[in-house]
Design a protein around this ligand. Structure first.
Ligand SMILES: [Fe+2]
Length: 213
């Protein structure tokens, strides 16, 4: 004799029958279609070795750009003091601009036939930007830390741009010069001016200026 549970399961089977092809197939796994470090060449008229060398360089800039982007968000949240509002906004603007660079760099790596780094653990292993403490820091320390990170990226980007130029990889050279270098230089200017120690209300050297000295 059919129990209540049997009847219920028969009724579920009836409800599901005919919908098998619409059901999601869950918990799938398989081998990667491309291991990290290998090139799946695209018809872009660039030698595989050039693609591999550019991708390796770009993955380093990518890891450092992701780290700088996240450092901006950390400082956007943790900034304190009487310049809170302007720096809160500036840090977020720079974060968003770095985020655009992240996407440009990652997609260039993919179109070179390589694989872009993506996950936090891989970024942490690869970046050469020093890890900041978890706690809050004073504004001048935040800005100094950001400037140092910018300079690390600018230094490697200049070297890598020259290497890409030498290898005939114009696209990578252009990305590094027109986007990475130009954006980072501009952001350095906006930050560094905050560390110039000028008075806000009373000008220094008033006497010297009026006496013509
Ligand atoms: Fe926010």
């Amino acid at each position: 004799m059919a129990t209540k549970a049997d009847k219920r399961s028969a009724s579920y089977n009836q409800i599901e029958s005919g919908a098998e092809r619409a059901k999601p197939i869950l918990h799938q796994s398989a081998r990667e279609i491309q291991p990290y470090g290998k090139i799946a060449k695209l018809p872009i008229a660039l030698d595989e070795k050039v693609c591999a060398a550019s991708a390796e360089n770009l993955n380093q800039v990518l890891a450092d750009t992701i780290t700088l982007r996240d450092l901006y968000k950390k400082h956007h949240w943790q900034v304190a003091g009487h310049t809170f509002y302007q720096l809160h906004l500036l840090f977020d603007k720079h974060h968003d601009e770095q985020d655009e660079l992240v996407d440009m760099i990652a997609e260039r790596i993919q179109l070179l036939g390589a694989i872009s780094l993506a996950m936090a653990a891989d970024i942490a292993e690869t970046t050469i930007i020093p890890r900041p403490p978890r706690g809050r820091e004073e504004v001048p320390v935040q800005i100094s830390r950001l400037l140092e990170a910018h300079e690390i990226i600018l230094k490697e980007a200049r070297t890598m741009a020259a290497q890409a130029d030498e290898a005939g990889d114009d696209g990578t050279n252009d990305l590094l010069v027109s986007n990475v270098i130009r954006s980072n230089e501009l952001q350095v200017w906006f930050l560094a001016e905050h560390l110039v120690d000028v008075p806000v209300v009373h000008a220094d050297n008033v006497k010297a200026a009026s006496s013509g000295r």
